[in-house]
Structure formats: C-alpha cells, structure tokens
Design a protein around this ligand. Sequence first.
Ligand code: BG6
Length: 476
Amino acid sequence: MRKNFLWGAATAANQVEGGFDEGGKGLSCADMLSNGTKEHPRQITPQTTEESLYYPNRIASDFYHHYEEDIALMAEMGLKCYRMSIAWTRIFPTGEETEPNEEGLAFYDRVFDLLKKNGIEPMVTISHYEMPIYLVNHYNGWASRKVIDLFLNYCKVLFERFHTKVTYWMTFNEINCGTLALGNYMSLGIVNAGTRSFTQQVDDKQLRYQALHHQMVASAKAVQLAHTIDPSLQVGCMIAMMPTYPLTCHPKDLLKCQKQWQEINYYCTDVMVRGAYGAYADKMWKEMDVQLEILPEDQQDLMLGRVDYIAISYYQTNCVSHEDDHSMIGGNLLAGVANPYLKASEWGWQIDPDGLRYTLKELYDRYQLPIMIVENGLGAFDKLETDGSVHDPYRIDYLRQHIQAMLAAIEDGADVMGYTPWSAIDIVSASTGEMAKRYGFIYVDSDDYGNGSFMRYRKDSFYWYKTVIASNGREC
Ligand code: BG6
C-alpha cells in the first residue's frame, strides 16, 4: 500500500453546494433538472423554470453556506483528501465571458485554504455534470467544437489561480457516460428536439459520439495546459466503471461481454491513457453508422495530452447475455441482466465487492497507471433518531467489504492511490434528484423538497470510517 494513501470522501458542486443564484453564479444544466424518483424520472427543462416543478440542485445540501462546518466535520473524521468539483457557472456564469467571476474564485480560495489548514488534500473535478445552461441552449453543448476553447479558457483560469493549492485534477466526471444515451444532457449538454424525460432522452448517436470526441480533445488540451502552467500538476481522467460478467460460459456471452467492456468501459480510457482510439472503434462506429470528424491536430492533441492517473467510480456490476429473455436490473447509468449470486440495494444496484477487486486488477494490467477510486458507496434511506444519531450498519457493511476488496487488489499488485467514497456528506442524487437516497457519512436534515433545518449529524458510519482511516485500513 502507498505510504501516503489518500483516504478521503467525495462530493460534486452541483449536488452539494446550493446557492445557485448567489455570488454571481449562472445557471447550470443541473439547476434545470427537476426532482424525481426511481419510478418518476427527472424532467429536463433547459429553457425555463417551470412553476409546477421543484429543482433540488439549486439548494442541494447548502454547502455554500455551511462549508466551514462541513470541513470541520471532515477534519474530525480524519479525511486526508476531499474530492470535490468546481461549478463552472461560479467562474463563468454563461461560459462565454472573457473575464472570470472573482466572487466565485474567492469562494474556492476560502474552501481550499480551509482544507489545507485542516491537512486535507483537495482533489478537483473541473466539470461534474454541470455545464452552463447557456452553452446547452446556444451550442447544444459539446456537440459544438467551439465549446473546446470555452472550456480551455475556464481551465486556464483554474490552473493559474489554484495550482499552488490543488495538485490533483480530473477533467470530466465519468466522461464515458457519453457512450450512453443517458449522458446526452448531464454529461454532454445535448438536448435533441423532443427530450423531456431524463431516462428517455432523444438520442442522436452521430451527434453524441462527435460531442464525446470534442470532450476528449478538450480534456487532452487541458492536460497539456496544466503541465505547461505547472509541471507538478497531476491530471487524471475519470471513468464510471460499469463492469459486466458473461451470464453463462456460453462463448457468445463472453464475446458480448468483452465488446461491452471495450465500448463502454475502455472507449474513453484507451484514448485518454494511450492517446488514440482502440482497435475496435472503427467497427463500432460502422455498426452505429457514425462518421466522426477527427482532425489531424485532434490526433496530435490526444497523444500529447495523456493523463497521469485513472480515477474511477465503482458502485455495482451486471451481467450480459446473448439471449434476450433474462430479467433485467438497474444500475449506475447502465442496466443489465441480473446476477443470481448478488443482492441489490433499494434502488436495484447489485452489490459486488469482488467486482471491485477484479476491476482494479483489470485496469492496472491494461494501463499500468495509478488508479484513484473517487466514488464508491451505498445510496440508502437513513433515519435520523430523536437523539441525533443515525444508525447505518448497511452502509458500513457495504464500505467495509469494498475496502477489503480494494486492499486485496493492492496486495495482488494494483497501484491504488487512494479512496474517496461517495459521499462525504448527504447530497442530492444525480439520477433521481432525491435527497432521500443518502450516501453520506454526515446526515443533512433536509427532505426531497429542501424542507428541514439543514443541520448536520454524524452517522454511525462517520465514527467507523474515522477508525478505518486512523488505522490505515487495518481496523475495517
Ligand atoms: C455517479 C456520479 O454516477 O454516481 C455522481 O458521478 C452520482 O454524481 C453517483 O451522485 C451516485 O448516483 P446517484 O444517481 O445515486 O446519485
């Protein structure tokens, strides 16, 4: 295990900050997503705020006003690292301004200074599902090549301002979400005519894969820029690992499974780590009838802007089968065939710690780059007791098993830099917009509609994780 292993926890600006109209902040795509549930999808309303809908990310956990208290709690838990993101719209409210918003920069200065004072290393995602809504409405998001320059302008401001305070960066959260129709809005900022439901977005593969290409070029240019501004900066890609198993040993199940790993899990890492699309990509585009515009300078940028480490989220696994008649189950971003050996969370995500060990070994064997686990956790209903306690043994169980699996993978030879489970504190769920789907070590007293005192309470998992960190994983 690494000597300075980064034990931490994670959040994202759009799900934790709130203060959506304060400090000069502009509206983001997350601010224009209504709430929902597992049964009732969130609604996408990029043009207007609809009176009959509620927009949970606008208030979120109100970190914007509670950050001092929240960082004090993180320090009490013993976090050595905090993975967070910067809201693009706090720095460039529409994304098109030439000068950054000083009030937004000053807010993050205060956050980073406080983290540093408490011995907590910040790890920053530059864009986590919160593109300025102006860019969605005026450019159809990443579908336009022009957004690359706007993004780089934003990156330049961040690297120049914060390079002495932040060493670890990630360009886009779960960039491979763009390989799925679900990624159109929150990941790529694309709204095709007729899109309204978050789970049933109108998809245009040609547009989506071109937009994803633009994002990867932007990421590669950002890596180069970071290294030019300060060679000590470490920039990673961030991938949602959606591992699958063949449902049976039928060779066609195995082939289908391999194809899915390439097209969903490795499509972006191959480009961002190796600097070029994988050998399978041509056939894949042909099958989808997609013709990408890849300029010669894009190819050069992709090669020059290879990342320093790989960050992943890992929540669950599914199976694949070459036959159609199997029961399906949900999951983070991607549904699949149910695995008869696994139990699922209340939101139907199958819990699979061994899958994490497998994934870490696969990734390390393929790329030999350090891996950072920046998301892993259990979304569950929690109950705040009258004495202020929250008993969450299910979360402790989930995290314990995954930490043990990670430690086993490290023993097996994988180089893991750190672990920042999702989430440091309760936040708004990305997929459903619920507050009730809680992930935090710290409970936030707010319901799905932003009613509550917003007081913070330590859950049982808070004390448990504190011991895990203090013992460097030995007491788990
Ligand atoms: C990841 C995202 O996909 O999963 C997070 O990066 C998200 O933003 C997390 O919150 C958990 O998913 P959900 O939908 O339960 O919030």
